[in-house]
Write a protein that binds this ligand. Structure first.
Ligand SMILES: NC(=O)C1=CN([C@@H]2O[C@H](COP(=O)(O)OP(=O)(O)OC[C@H]3O[C@@H](n4cnc5c(N)ncnc54)[C@H](O)[C@@H]3O)[C@@H](O)[C@H]2O)C=CC1
Ligand SMILES: O=C(O)C1=N[C@H](C(=O)O)C[C@H](O)C1
Length: 258
């Protein structure tokens, strides 16, 4: 069982905490949020919710050891806990969608000492969509591509997922359209336009708990990896390769063996 700490207890963090708690492979040990009342716990549990200054992280991890840290807070938290993580060889699963290039450079340095995974979208579904879109782009490099992302009214930045899709498919960020409406959790659509047909790949996060199942998947996939910096696609590709290898070991012609 993997012991897990969670940073960030806002919209996503609270749903993720529920999901991590209900996964039998994981034990959620503590939550760190920006400001916490003394003695606060996750509802209906004794899991402590605390607030830590950068200088407190190392002592906290000494006293409350975990195998993995899951981050749903803000980009700058990485710099608060980074060295403690490195020192304690704790895996990092970071869902922060708006890291700067400098933040990502720092995350890569942590990968020299422990396993680090950063992904602007942590659902298995969207990462499957990205793999499929990448394949179609290879097959049909001249098709028009548009990316549509829809999120809740207050989401401040352009979706990190949409920017990642644009980068992966080698199209300009101008091809991204962002809609901000009510309470939409997160929807991404990649549209391929051909002369006589249209392909639409759509992923819809209907509940924020989807981010929790993605984080759990990432922890279990990251655990057997060597120290290094990984993306969610790296973990998915590793699994796909394993599955394909398993298929290769099946009889070439199953009918012949009947
Ligand atoms: N990769 C993914 O699939 C997803 C990524 N996200 C990202 O996760 C982040 C959080 O999203 P929301 O929960 O919607 O935001 P939110 O604003 O509702 O919650 C953020 C929480 O982090 C806390 N926080 C901020 N700085 C902190 C610090 N230094 N230490 C501890 N806690 C701190 C805040 O107090 C707040 O509770 C955003 O970057 C968002 O884009 C959210 C959902 C999915
Ligand atoms: O802020 C969010 O909530 C989300 N952010 C993501 C992003 O910016 O790509 C991913 C997800 O759809 C939710």
């Amino acid at each position: 069982m993997f012991k897990v700490g969670l940073v960030g207890y806002g919209k996503a963090g609270q749903a993720v905490a529920q999901e991590l708690q209900s996964d039998p492979r994981l034990a959620l040990c503590w939550v760190v949020r920006h400001s916490a009342q003394p003695g606060a716990t996750v509802p209906e549990t004794s899991i402590p919710i605390v607030s830590l200054e950068a200088q407190d992280w190392s002592a906290w991890m000494d006293a409350h050891p975990v195998d993995a840290l899951v981050d749903f807070s803000q980009a700058h938290s990485l710099h608060a806990y980074g060295e403690a993580l490195r020192q304690h060889r704790v895996m990092l699963v970071s869902a922060i969608s708006a890291y700067s290039p400098q933040d990502l450079d720092y995350a890569r340095t942590l990968g020299k000492d422990t396993q680090v995974m950063c992904s602007p979208n942590i659902t298995v579904g969207i990462n499957f969509l990205i793999m499929a879109a990448r394949l179609l782009r290879k097959i049909a490099p001249h098709a028009d591509v548009e990316i549509l992302e829809q999120h809740f009214r207050d989401k401040p930045e352009v979706s990190g997922t949409a920017r990642k899709i644009a980068q992966t498919l080698q199209v300009q960020d101008e091809r991204i359209t962002s809609l901000r409406l009510g309470g939409i959790v997160g929807q991404h659509e990649v549209i391929f336009g051909f002369p006589y047909q249209t392909v639409r790949l759509v992923h819809n996060s209907i509940e924020r708990r989807a981010f929790g199942t993605g984080a759990a998947f990432a922890i279990t996939q990251l655990a057997p990896c060597a120290p290094g910096f990984y993306t969610f696609d790296d973990l998915m590709m590793r699994l796909v390769r394993q599955e394909l290898l398993a298929d290769d070991q099946l009889p070439a012609d199953p009918v012949a063996t009947v």
